[in-house]
Design a protein around this ligand. Structure first.
Ligand code: ZN
Length: 270
């Protein structure tokens, strides 16, 4: 299994950090988690074609996590995707996908169909997840979700279990009291860390996010082996490029496992 951080940034147009997105390669499948700004370009940098993404898991519908979805769908279609992309996400994902693919691009679609293009694999298959727990299981893997409290919108965390590994990938937000149990013994916890507690306290949206000491507490309680932080908003707002490393140090102070600060293109082999 291989984890690739495609985009370690968030809302703002930081040229060095793409919007939220990551890739998990399991067996022959490519799974993308969130699809923010520049996700598809970073996917290409990782050597993966848009049409070869089998499943896309959306954590929530804040624009910074989903703004590259039409590009992923259209370039995959144009380059001849073999089967429809499967998109998983919270309630509202069907509405989002049904409005962002066909209606604004009708002229484009019709012109391509007029030139012989088949549109049978254009529309993604959308699966909305309404409840926490296991939602997909095969002989090779189990996928489960739980929710975080984030800006008043449904926000999912995904857990991937294979025979040998457990990986947890968060969106944004504050987890509930059962989150440590959800992450128990994970090999990797990929978690948002938008700023220090002091910085978040100064932002109107700060309470939507978890703090470094809280991450340390969860990772310790859950006996997580490795943590990677992402959604590194503080850098964009303060201009302080060392802030993210101080956040990493804050987590290390209270947690004995490995802590990595996200960078676009960073690869973790599990
Ligand atoms: Zn968000």
């Amino acid at each position: 299994m291989r984890y690739i951080m495609l985009g370690s940034g968030a809302v703002r147009d930081n040229p060095n950090r793409g919007g939220p997105s990551q890739l998990l390669q399991i067996g022959n499948e490519n799974w993308m988690f969130d699809c923010g700004r520049s996700a598809c370009t970073n996917l290409a940098r990782a050597g993966v074609n848009c049409e070869d993404v089998d499943r896309l898991f959306l954590t929530h519908l804040h624009f910074d996590h989903i703004v590259d979805v039409p590009y992923l769908v259209f370039v995959g279609w144009v380059k001849v995707r073999k089967k429809p992309l499967k998109i998983y996400g919270p309630v509202g994902t069907k509405h989002f996908v049904s409005h962002v693919i066909r209606p604004p691009f009708e002229q484009d679609i019709q012109s391509r169909i007029g030139h012989g293009k088949d549109d049978s694999v254009l529309d993604p298959e959308v699966i909305e997840i309404e409840e926490k727990g296991e939602f997909l299981s095969t002989d090779d893997f189990q996928l489960s979700t739980t929710f975080t409290d984030h800006g008043g919108i449904p926000t999912l965390v995904y857990r991937i279990d294979t025979k040998d590994h457990r990986v947890v990938i968060t969106g944004d937000g504050n987890p509930d009291a059962e989150f440590s149990a959800f992450c128990q013994n994970a090999d990797l916890l990929s978690i948002e860390c938008s700023g220090t507690a002091e910085f978040l306290a100064t932002q109107p949206w700060g309470s939507w996010h978890i703090t470094p000491p809280e991450i340390a507490e969860i990772a310790t309680e859950a006996n997580v082996k490795r943590v990677i932080i992402k959604h590194l908003v503080i850098e964009d707002i303060t201009g302080d490029l060392q802030a993210v490393h101080r956040m990493g140090d804050q987590i290390r102070k209270e947690y004995g496992g490995e802590v990595m600060v996200g960078e676009d293109g960073l690869v973790i082999n599990l």
